[in-house]
Design a protein around this ligand. Structure first.
Ligand code: NAP
Length: 171
């Protein structure tokens, strides 16, 4: 399986339950990777989506231990065992882990590709992703051209960012 994440300069990914920045080009990149595919997310990340609704045009596998929590359109999984049982139904290449911090931590060992948007800025963060640049298990295989935020559509008016791809090397 693969993962998609947006990190700041210190591999921070969120603060107070929210994303660090809303950047339209990054959202488009996220959509093009995940549309038509399977996404895995934690209940706290789902809560950050507009009206707490699942992503359309995707199969949403939502992790929560709370059996009373059954958001419309989600396939609920209550443990990693249940998740891996459910995942047998799908092609591994079509499965994307989309957060948050807690879910990335647990599923990173099962991922072979990481699509990482790197924001060229340090934000105040309370949620972090493992620093893949310092990991022996991962290597950076591609880094896209410098992108710039658009002040008309993005929460950060003047920030560079890069679309990067990492591959697992300790298979
Ligand atoms: N930058 C990015 O790309 C990105 C992407 C996504 C999220 N984020 C950020 O990440 C932060 C949220 O991360 P988070 O770590 O607080 O929450 P999270 O990973 O989204 O969700 C954690 C929740 O998932 C459920 N869960 C986790 N492991 C489970 C397991 N093995 N079995 C059953 N349920 C399990 C639990 O839900 P219950 O409590 O319901 O049992 C747990 O409280 C936010 O700031 C968000 O904006 C950033």
């Amino acid at each position: 399986m693969k993962l998609v994440v947006a990190v700041d300069k210190n591999w921070g990914i969120g603060n107070k339950g929210e994303l660090l920045a809303r950047v339209r080009a990054d959202l488009r990149n996220f959509q093009s990777l995940t549309k038509g595919n399977v996404v895995i997310l934690g209940s706290k990340t789902l809560a950050t989506f507009p009206n707490g609704k699942v992503l359309k045009d995707r199969t949403n596998l939502v992790l929560s231990r709370n059996t009373d929590y059954n958001p419309e359109g989600a396939i609920m999984v209550r443990s990693l065992d249940e998740l891996f049982c459910e995942l047998k139904k799908y092609d591994d290449d079509s499965v994307y882990v989309i957060g948050g911090a807690n879910v990335y931590d647990q599923l990173l060992p099962y991922c072979d590709t990481a699509y990482v948007t790197k924001f060229d800025k340090g934000f105040e963060c309370d949620a972090f992703f493992e620093n893949l640049d310092e990991s022996n298990a991962w290597e950076l295989v591609s880094i896209g051209e410098e992108q710039k935020t658009n002040p008309e559509t993005d929460t950060e008016p003047d920030m560079s960012f890069y679309f990067c791809e990492y591959k697992r090397i300790d298979k």
